[in-house]
Ligand binder design. Structure first.
Ligand SMILES: NC(=O)c1ccc[n+]([C@@H]2O[C@H](COP(=O)([O-])OP(=O)(O)OC[C@H]3O[C@@H](n4cnc5c(N)ncnc54)[C@H](O)[C@@H]3O)[C@@H](O)[C@H]2O)c1
Length: 428
């Protein structure tokens, strides 16, 4: 029997749930490498963004989506139909622990709300699964650190869903920036615009028929069901979401950090708030986040959730010999020092390439050969968490160069982590 078969048999005999998984997986040998032609079997959790990921994985050759999972059975059902239309056959289920318990599954794809990302990833790594986890990789800063530890401890491939890291045209543009095509790069500015409406007032309400609200909440401390959260609007409440900065800003800050070749900031500020509507939304619709790094480097994010103007703006790098704009949909435009276009490249956003990169790392048993490996995903997500902490405290944060921890501000550091529903605390 191979190690893989041994391990699968062992896991099969042992139902997996919660923290017990950590001890179990620690005692088992590593999975054997798959060959390049091996089929990769995945289960996908969270069927909104997850539905398009499920069809995207189905369309990759040598990949089977065995489960589509949602605590809302209607969403699980329509996702199973979508997978079938894409040429696959997936079972619709409501509890993702079935995916972890199935020894035939290689990877979990997590596109549930943000409060689920780290706990589900850590449980999946401990159960021997590789993980494709949507951005932002974590709900809070400490969770990102734990995710990196879990990936290393169990030697799993953990990819964050910042697909532009795999867009051929964006990769080329970033290479230009990093190779000095626009000279010494001292600034990256990014700008997000959307036309979101009012979030409205949160009212007590009955749990909709069929929805497993208990499992929707999972790791988050219990709150009675109310309007304005399920689905999607949880993004605008700190208990589950990370506002526009964690929702869209993470794509922008990830590209800025990648091009600038920086890790952790030394100073972070955020201005703005909920300016356009007066309702129960907690997170800003208008904000400017500034992150300063060593060696005179600055990254900014301008978030405008309620204005369509300049909606195609994305990321611009400024160097002492020119500038370079990255396009949100892929590609770039390079300008010389007189602001004349030198080169214009069109590309795609990288969705299919990002999935293929993940599958290749699994097949080759090269868990670190990922375009958005979790250590990098954590660093980019941390920029959002720090921006949000600066926003919520109303203070400028000073951060430690080595790991981004906030220094000299205990109140701000209280937002570094969160409380958990008992029994759901992530354990590595
Ligand atoms: N990479 C991208 O371009 C991209 C695009 C959109 C969304 N996302 C990310 O995807 C995630 C989901 O966002 P969304 O907009 O689809 O939110 P959403 O609220 O519309 O959908 C989340 C789904 O997850 C389900 N869910 C909640 N708990 C679950 C559980 N325990 N098991 C299974 N399903 C569960 C919900 O019922 C819901 O159907 C977010 O983290 C978001 O940032 C990424």
């Amino acid at each position: 029997m191979t190690d893989a078969v041994n391990r699968r048999t062992f896991l099969n005999q042992t139902a997996i749930s919660g923290a017990a998984v950590g001890a179990l997986a620690a005692a088992t040998p590593a999975l054997a490498a798959k060959s390049a032609s091996d089929k990769v079997v995945v289960g996908v959790m969270g069927m909104s963004r997850g539905r398009s990921l499920a069809t995207g994985f189905t369309q990759q050759s040598g990949c089977e989506v065995k489960y589509v999972c949602d605590v809302d059975p209607q969403r699980a059902g329509t996702a199973a139909d979508a997978v079938e239309k894409a040429g696959g056959k997936a079972q619709a289920i409501g509890d993702f622990r079935k995916i972890l318990d199935d020894p035939g599954v290689d990877a979990l794809v997590c596109a549930a709300p943000n409060h689920w990302h780290a706990p589900a990833t850590i449980m999946a790594c401990a159960a021997g699964k590789h993980v494709y986890v949507e951005k932002p990789c974590s709900h809070n800063a400490r969770e990102g650190e734990l995710m990196v530890q879990a990936a290393r401890k169990h030697n799993r491939a953990v990819q964050m869903g910042t697909q532009r890291r795999s867009s051929p045209g964006i990769v080329e543009g970033i290479e230009k920036v990093r190779e000095g095509a626009i000279g010494r790069v001292y600034c990256a500015r990014s700008r997000y615009s959307s036309a979101r409406g009012e979030t409205g007032r949160t009212m007590p309400a009955e749990i909709p028929a069929g929805l497993d609200y208990e499992l929707w909440q999972g790791p988050a401390p219990r709150v009675p069901y109310a309007t304005n959260r399920v689905h999607y609007k949880w993004h605008w409440f700190w208990h589950w979401g990370n506002g526009e900065l964690g929702n869209n800003g993470v794509h922008y800050l990830d590209v800025c950090r990648w091009g600038m070749d920086v890790d952790y900031p030394i100073r972070v500020t955020s201005t703005g708030g909920r300016y356009v509507f007066n309702d129960d939304q907690q997170t800003p619709d208008t904000s400017t986040v500034a992150l300063e790094f060593d060696d005179k480097k600055l990254i900014t994010w301008d978030g405008l959730s309620c204005s369509r103007h300049n909606k195609n703006a994305f990321v611009t790098f400024f160097g002492d010999k020119g500038s370079l704009e990255i396009k949100s949909g892929g590609g770039y435009t390079q300008y010389d020092v007189k602001d004349k276009v030198v080169k214009d490249v069109k590309s795609n956003r990288g969705d299919a390439e990002h999935i293929l990169n993940f599958l290749t790392a699994i097949r080759n048993d090269t868990p670190l050969a990922l375009n958005a490996e979790i250590a990098e995903g954590h660093k980019s997500t941390l920029l959002c968490h720090l921006g949000n902490i600066a926003q919520r405290t109303g203070r400028a944060l000073t951060c430690r160069r080595a790991d981004g921890h906030i220094v000299g501000d205990e109140k701000a550091m209280e937002l570094w982590s969160r409380d958990y529903e008992p029994g759901w605390e992530p354990v590595v």
